[in-house]
Design a protein around this ligand. Structure first.
Ligand SMILES: C[S@@+](CC[C@H](N)C(=O)[O-])C[C@H]1O[C@@H](n2cnc3c(N)ncnc32)[C@H](O)[C@@H]1O
Length: 188
């Protein structure tokens, strides 16, 4: 299987322990979920988009995917209770920016950190204030320093971040100006 970019990075850097539990918050088409499941993870996959959930369920019925341990959870990220110390890996890729309240996003990130087992890691993305969607009141945007200092306060080990901006395609195929911060932290 051609693993997703994120899972390739986490696995290639030896950050994840296969045959354990992982969580994907806002799984979209499910490429990170499938990659983790293929590696042997039992994956809890959260999404609140009915069409994406149905599409992903159909994909899981394809014979090569039948043995994967994937629990699809139809819920809002805001309402999903992250069990403490359960997950070796938590991914929230381009999903947290779709939550309007910045305080809620910070609370979720704190819960993500608490959901990790020792040496577990998370990969999350946050949109910066230069992003073209910045006026959208249903979304949240942070300055880099704001989010980085919050993450650094969580008593985790910093592993990696990128600051990206420029024109690129949306999932729908339009072109927009993106400003995205990507972070990997590891639980002590
Ligand atoms: C831009 S897509 C990203 C999908 C995937 N993680 C990726 O990186 O390709 C955002 C995803 O987050 C989900 N999402 C956004 N807000 C959500 C919320 N409040 N609760 C649950 N899922 C949410 C959307 O349904 C969609 O699947």
């Amino acid at each position: 299987m051609n693993h997703s970019f994120v899972v390739k990075k986490l696995n290639g850097d030896g950050l994840i322990k296969i045959n354990s539990n992982s969580l994907d918050l806002g799984f979209g088409k499910g490429s990170d979920v499938l990659s983790m499941a293929e590696l042997g993870f039992e994956v809890d996959a959260v999404n609140n988009n009915a069409i994406e959930i149905e599409n992903f369920k159909s994909e899981l019925n394809i014979p090569i995917n039948l043995n994967y341990k994937i629990n699809i959870i139809d819920n809002n990220i805001e309402n999903f209770v992250i069990e403490k110390n359960k997950y070796n890996c938590i991914i929230a890729s381009n999903s947290l920016p779709f939550i309007a309240s910045k305080d809620k996003v910070l609370e979720i990130i704190k819960n993500i950190a608490e959901g990790l087992t020792e040496q577990g890691c998370f990969y999350i993305t946050i949109f910066g204030e230069k992003d073209e969607w910045r006026e959208n009141k249903n979304m949240s945007f942070f300055t880099f320093d704001e989010i980085k200092s919050f993450l650094d306060s969580l008593n985790l080990n910093f592993y990696h971040n990128t600051i990206e901006e420029g024109y690129a395609q949306t999932m729908k195929g339009d072109i927009k100006y993106w400003n995205i911060f990507k972070f990997i932290y590891i639980k002590k």
